[in-house]
Design a binder for this molecule. Structure first.
Ligand SMILES: Nc1ncnc2c1ncn2[C@@H]1O[C@H](COP(=O)(O)OP(=O)(O)OP(=O)(O)O)[C@@H](O)[C@H]1O
Length: 317
């Protein structure tokens, strides 16, 4: 897949002397939804700010559609739409004017049909003549998205787009994002709602303390790092796990001995489920029911960040 954004050896040290990004190398593929996940302060907003030309990098280069973001700033920036975290909009303008004006800032000729489509897609059409300051917080956020889409960008950055928005708006927004992707727009999003990334993203990048610690296709990530649990609801509770059942299996008792919980890796060819069931049968331990659960992206993400933090602490000591 050809990349639309190439980031090479990028670092950022703020004037305070704090290094927020350390040697970032990352390619974003054309047409993908890329979720950038990381704990607070990991460097997500800094990275987005540099790509969008709001902040200067300390070292390294970034190209967007082949245009260097410093040497060829206008061409690079014209390809990008940015939906920022903060709700700052021109309070006294109408929705229509502010969105049309933003398009003009990118040097694009007026295109009322495009602005109309964007406002309709975001359910803002009936508010087009309202002043921004009279809109609700959720509506203002829709306006930010409309502004980001006003100049038909090929790359859209969404920095925490659903922080503090209601369920309905969140659903609408993700539908808009899916439609955009279907029309060929590349989407990079940061979110603290990891289930959103699990739902939406093609690839996941995890950033921690200014370093990208992992980039992986979502499906591959979940297959590689995901663990499955088989919960066996027993007909009769067990006081303890029989020694010849336990062996070196990862088995625990739960729910006052009524559940036997078996955890296994999804990666291996052999999960050990068949052998476990055969042993249960042999020991005459009967089941009432069973169910499997798979670790969520959230659990995988928390494990990854913890591992990288303890590796960094180990390297320091
Ligand atoms: N202007 C600045 N001067 C000094 N340090 C800064 C500045 N802006 C951000 N930082 C620091 O850089 C680090 C990365 O911040 P950034 O906002 O990029 O993180 P983030 O991953 O977007 O966090 P969040 O999830 O909380 O939005 C943080 O430790 C932050 O305190």
């Amino acid at each position: 897949m050809p990349s639309i954004i190439s980031i090479t050896n990028l670092s950022k040290t703020y004037a305070s002397g704090f290094t927020a990004l350390k040697t970032i190398n990352l390619d974003i593929e054309r047409g993908e939804i890329f979720a950038l996940l990381g704990p607070n302060g990991a460097g997500k907003t800094t990275l987005i700010g540099i790509i969008c030309g709001i902040l200067n990098a300390s070292t390294g280069t970034v190209t967007v559609g082949g245009h260097d973001i410093v040497k060829d700033f206008r061409a690079a920036r014209a390809m990008i739409g940015l939906v920022p975290q903060e709700l700052t909009t021109d309070a006294f303008e109408s929705v229509w004017d502010t969105v049309s004006f933003t398009r003009g800032l990118f040097g694009k000729p007026a295109n009322p049909a495009h602005i109309e489509k964007v406002l309709k897609d975001l359910s803002l059409w009936d508010k087009k003549d309202d002043k921004i300051r009279t809109l609700s917080g959720g509506m203002k956020r829709r306006v930010l998205i409309a502004k980001a889409l006003s100049h038909e960008p090929q790359v859209l950055f969404l920095d925490e787009p659903t922080a503090g928005v209601d369920v309905e708006l969140r659903k609408d927004m993700w539908q808009v994002v899916r439609d955009l992707r279907a029309s060929g727009v590349t989407i990079i999003l940061t979110t603290h709602y990891i289930e959103e990334a699990e739902d939406m993203a093609d690839r996941i990048g995890v950033i921690s303390k200014g370093e990208i610690i992992l980039v992986e296709r979502k499906a591959e990530l979940m297959r590689k790092l995901g663990k499955k649990q088989l919960v066996l609801h027993l007909q009769k509770p067990l006081a303890a796990i029989p020694a010849d059942l336990a062996g070196d299996r990862n088995l625990v008792l739960g729910n006052d001995g009524k559940d036997l919980i078996f955890t296994y890796d999804t990666q291996g060819e052999r999960t050990g489920v068949t052998g476990l069931l055969a042993d249960l049968n042999r020991l005459d331990i009967r089941l009432r029911d069973l169910q499997t659960t798979q670790s969520s992206l959230e659990e995988i993400f928390i494990d990854l960040v913890k591992q990288s933090e303890s590796a960094a602490a180990g390297a320091r000591s």
